[in-house]
Ligand binder design. Structure first.
Ligand code: UDX
Length: 433
């Protein structure tokens, strides 16, 4: 496979993973970022995000001379492929804000080589390829959509072992050239038009969110009729048409993608004249799930959390990441604090209990401590909100001694209910009474 020249604009989750993985595949990659301090740290081989394997790939790329970082987007000049991996935050009306994409395109447009290919990898609404074409102001440059499906916490694995590669292009030869970047990766290749590629991304995320909201709704039914959600999920998942993936009930879905993308898709449909009631329902069930889990904690401590201390395990939106964005745990904690509760919390992504400056405001009012046991000291109940595996293997006799009362609300159905009950704990799970 011949090395190609790739420029990646933006070094966030998607950008940095894309850059490091393409360098790992043998391409010559330059990655840019508007944050000069981030570029300085990346040049020094410092990985700014908690992502398994990414730090090694970063150092491998730097050492091999195939990966470099710059603060200047104009270094896109001379690259055959230019990936746009900049943020598309949510606008006030729920739609995706394309201003970062447009300003990056405007900046690089004049310096690009004729016949080069600009590729959208950020999650962008249908029709964004046209927005980029306009901003580039070049008729001799191709614009292609190549959405990313990586999950936080397994980004490198997902990039190098994708379930499929989706490329949306008007020009088939440009699509084939982009596909050649992935040589060495065995995965189905879907080559389609830009609008379909852009829609695949939103539809996939919205469907996964729908699956989770559905199991959380079924969990509510289980609590009402006395069924066991763990068995219900098992019984559902063996149906190959359903599958066990993304069928875990919990405190609701969050993170930097599902909330933003589901709202954006409702907006896209609305603008196109389709009232997406199903997806609106999925979002409503998710918000209600935050209320339901908070209410279970209130019930567990006797009906009020006013002046009560609750121990919390897990603050991030899911395990194996340090990302607090749109975290269900923080949604539930804010409801309990509004009821007068004091929260002592432990999260494995902050093992020493130290909170980075950029996370301080999100964790305001929460007493973050340096061990799961310290969080339990004198608390009226323990609330598990993020599915870190290490929580399973803790000493629950010790937990029972530290808590003021042996009460667990297992927001992830992570713990062994029977063993806790044998130890005298009151236990409430999601769809498990
Ligand atoms: C998601 C998509 O999975 C990924 O393909 C896309 O590229 C980006 O968005 P990510 O945001 O990392 O990835 O999170 P994901 O692992 O999908 O989890 C999303 C939320 O759903 C989390 O809050 C998680 O805890 C929750 N979840 C997931 C459940 O509650 N139950 C499940 O079975 C799976």
């Amino acid at each position: 496979m011949s090395a190609q020249t790739v420029c990646v604009i933006g070094s966030g989750y998607v950008g940095l993973t894309t850059a490091a993985c393409f360098a790992h595949l043998g391409h010559d990659v330059v990655c840019t970022d508007i944050d000069a301090d981030r570029v300085r740290r990346l040049k020094a081989g410092e990985c700014p995000i908690l992502e398994q394997g990414l730090d090694n790939l970063l150092r491998e790329g730097l050492a091999g001379g195939r990966l470099r970082f710059t603060h200047d987007n104009k270094e896109a000049a001379g690259a055959e492929f230019i990936y746009l991996c900049v943020p598309t935050p949510q606008g006030d009306d729920g739609s995706a804000d394309l201003s970062y994409i447009e300003s990056a395109a405007r900046e690089i447009g004049p310096v690009l080589t004729a016949d080069s290919v600009v590729i959208n990898k950020s999650t962008v609404p249908v029709g964004s390829t046209l927005v980029v074409e306009r901003a580039l102001g070049r008729s001799d440059v191709h614009v292609v959509s190549n959405p990313e499906f990586l999950r936080e916490g397994s980004a490198v694995h997902d990039f190098l072992n994708p379930d499929r590669i989706v490329i949306g292009a008007e020009d088939q030869s440009a699509a084939v050239r982009v596909a050649s970047l992935y040589l060495g990766i065995a995965a189905p290749l879907i080559v389609t038009d830009p609008a379909s590629a852009e829609t695949i991304k939103y539809a996939a995320n919205a469907f996964l969110a729908t699956k989770i909201s559905f199991v959380n709704a079924i969990a509510a039914v289980c609590e009402a009729v006395g069924a066991d959600m763990n068995d219900v999920v098992l019984g559902m998942g063996y149906d190959k048409r359903i599958g066990h993936e993304f069928l875990k009930p919990g405190p609701g879905w969050g993170g930097s993608c599902f909330p933003k993308d589901s709202r954006a898709l409702v907006k896209i449909a609305d603008n196109a004249g389709y009232e997406f009631d199903l997806l609106k329902g999925v979002i409503t069930v998710n918000t209600e799930q935050f209320d339901r889990v908070a209410a279970r904690a209130v019930d567990m401590v006797g009906g009020s959390v006013d002046g009560v201390t609750i121990a919390v395990w897990g603050l991030t939106f899911k395990a194996r990441t340090d990302d607090l964005r749109d975290s269900p745990a923080l949604e539930i904690i804010s409801r309990l604090r509004a009821g007068g509760a004091t929260i002592t919390a432990f999260d494995p992504s902050m093992p020493d209990g130290k909170v980075d400056d950029h996370k301080r405001s999100a964790l305001e009012g929460i007493d973050v401590v340096d061990s799961p046991y310290a969080a339990c000291e004198g608390a009226a109940a323990l609330l598990v909100l993020t599915e870190w595996d290490e929580f399973r293997w803790l000493d629950f006799d010790k937990v029972g001694e530290l808590l003021a009362a042996k009460r667990v609300i297992d927001g992830r159905n992570l713990l062994d209910r029977e063993s806790l009950r044998r130890r005298g704990f009151a236990y409430a799970g999601i769809g498990r009474v």
